[in-house]
Design a protein around this ligand. Structure first.
Ligand SMILES: [Zn+2]
Length: 86
């Protein structure tokens, strides 16, 4: 089930598009991350639901998929990921 995700992990836009298409049409939108997180807390879904900012409706939606970190590793350049040259 995760194979396609791993294969396309560098293609975050496509991953978001599919989720947004569903969320915008069928789910609630929240004006900010705090509101979205509050909704997760009220549902008791902390750790199971995540928030993301929608670039289409400029609101926040909930998703069951954990969003990728902002700094996604570039394919073929994973070497410097764990290096701390401080
Ligand atoms: Zn949206």
């Amino acid at each position: 089930m995760m194979a396609w995700w791993l294969r396309n992990r560098g293609d975050l836009d496509d991953f978001v598009d599919k989720d947004v298409a569903r969320s915008c049409s069928s789910k609630d939108a929240y004006p900010n991350e705090a509101s979205a997180r509050a909704q997760i807390a009220m549902q008791g879904m902390a750790g199971s639901l995540f928030t993301y900012e929608c670039r289409y409706c400029a609101s926040w939606h909930l998703t069951r998929r954990k969003p990728l970190p902002p700094k996604a590793p570039t394919p073929g350049r994973e070497d410097d990921e764990d290096e701390d040259e401080d």
